[in-house]
Design a protein around this ligand. Structure first.
Ligand code: GMT
Length: 374
């Protein structure tokens, strides 16, 4: 197949899923054309089946907001026509789905039929999409897509709840490349951070309010009052300054390291003992899956689709959003010498269920189904 993939080319989960999917499809012999405003972060290797097309955004003094969606739709028309694409797969509804629907309509006037598959990732539905300023367009573009997937049952149900959707939504979960995400020997790194055998706790996110990084810091403070521990915070975003201030206020700044945006997050996860994800909303929790693949148990909230990944009492624990007390208590339970190895093993076993080799064929089957139905 010749597939056009549209996504945000950044560190965010939807961009990572889209890029890894494209790379996997290319390895399976499909021709994959990425259409984005810059080179996707993880599109870092050469493959004869991978192509990249940059969206050119023409600015003009009249435009207070340059019309990205129109430039994207025009690029999709151009690539679909010239590369003879079979299908467009857009990740994150806003504005990719509506741009794809527009491109599809333009191509139809030229006698070219191109089906659109839209994958819903989370905040495009739960935070941004249902806002009245976008809702009618999101509903329309989901209903006009030829195939729609969501990354968890919870996200699928939320979409039906908040939008008037007439299409079937297929659940295809996030996936993991177990060759990249595996526990590596990084003893020197662990020794440098935890010289006295402290337990190492990790959180990775985009530091937005929805991630509740405050809770991460408060849980860590309570853990470190009972056992020696260190906290590594990976990623960056709007809450970073506030979180640094909170660490100082709580007197734990010296036990916390801010690592910023990292490409090789698996190296940090390789030395971690526990991963924290206390999010307010989370459609799936790709960062937790990456941790589990590196044998790191997870303490999370029970928000959104996280319980579909983190099995309570097996791969870690889930608790109500904001329940710092329970999360701390369960974290200490996992970190005890008699429990830690079991949880680590279970985390890896669960991660294997989301192996890219198992999930990628679900997308291929969905593409075939869509192509047969148009
Ligand atoms: O987590 C974020 O804020 C980034 C966001 C994105 O779209 O890039 O992630 C969403 O998509 C990921 C991949 O499908 C999911 O694993 C994340 O759970 C989801 N984030 C939220 O729902 C908050």
């Amino acid at each position: 197949m010749k597939i056009g993939i549209v996504c945000y080319p950044t560190f965010g989960g939807s961009g990572v899923v889209a890029t890894e999917l494209g790379k996997g499809l290319a390895k399976n012999g499909h021709e994959v054309h990425f259409i984005t405003y810059s080179q996707p972060t993880r599109l870092d290797f050469f493959n004869e089946n991978l192509f990249y097309h940059e969206v050119n955004i023409r600015s003009y003094p009249l435009f207070k907001y340059p019309p990205y969606e129109l430039a994207l739709a025009s690029k999709m028309v151009d690539v679909a026509k010239n590369e003879k694409l079979d299908l467009l797969h857009v990740h994150y509804a806003i504005p990719h789905a509506s741009a794809a629907v527009l491109a599809k309509q333009i191509l139809k006037t030229e006698g070219i039929q191109i089906p659109v598959v839209t994958t819903l990732h989370g905040t495009d539905i739960t935070l941004v999409g249902k806002d009245p300023s976008y809702e009618p367009v999101v509903t329309f573009s989901i209903n006009q897509s030829d195939g729609v997937t969501a990354v968890s049952e919870d996200l699928k149900n939320d979409t039906y709840k908040h939008f008037n959707i007439t299409r079937e939504i297929k659940v295809i979960p996030n996936f993991i490349d177990l060759e990249k995400f595996q526990r590596q020997r990084k003893d020197h790194f662990k020794m440098a951070i935890c010289p006295n055998g402290e337990k190492l706790i990790v959180h990775t996110s985009n530091f937005r309010k929805v991630k509740r990084v405050d809770d991460v810091v408060r849980i860590f403070k309570k853990i470190s009052e009972t056992i020696p521990a260190r906290l590594l915070l990976v990623g960056d975003g709007p809450e970073r300054g506030h979180i640094e201030g909170l660490c100082r206020e709580l007197g734990i700044y010296d036990e916390v390291r801010f690592l910023g945006k990292l490409e090789a997050v698996e190296e940090v996860l390789s030395v971690a003992d526990l991963f924290l994800m206390p999010s307010e909303k989370e459609s799936f929790g790709l960062a937790a899956l990456e941790a589990m693949a590196c044998q790191v148990p997870v303490i999370s909230s029970n928000a959104g689709g996280i319980p579909e990944l983190n099995v309570d009492g097996v791969t870690g624990f889930t608790a109500d959003i904001g329940d710092v007390e329970t999360m701390t208590e369960k974290a200490l339970f996992i970190l005890s010498e008699e429990n830690l190895d079991n949880f680590k093993r279970n985390a890896l076993e669960r991660a294997k269920e989301f192996d890219i080799d198992k999930v990628l064929p679900l997308y291929e089957a969905h593409y075939n189904q869509v192509l047969e139905s148009v």
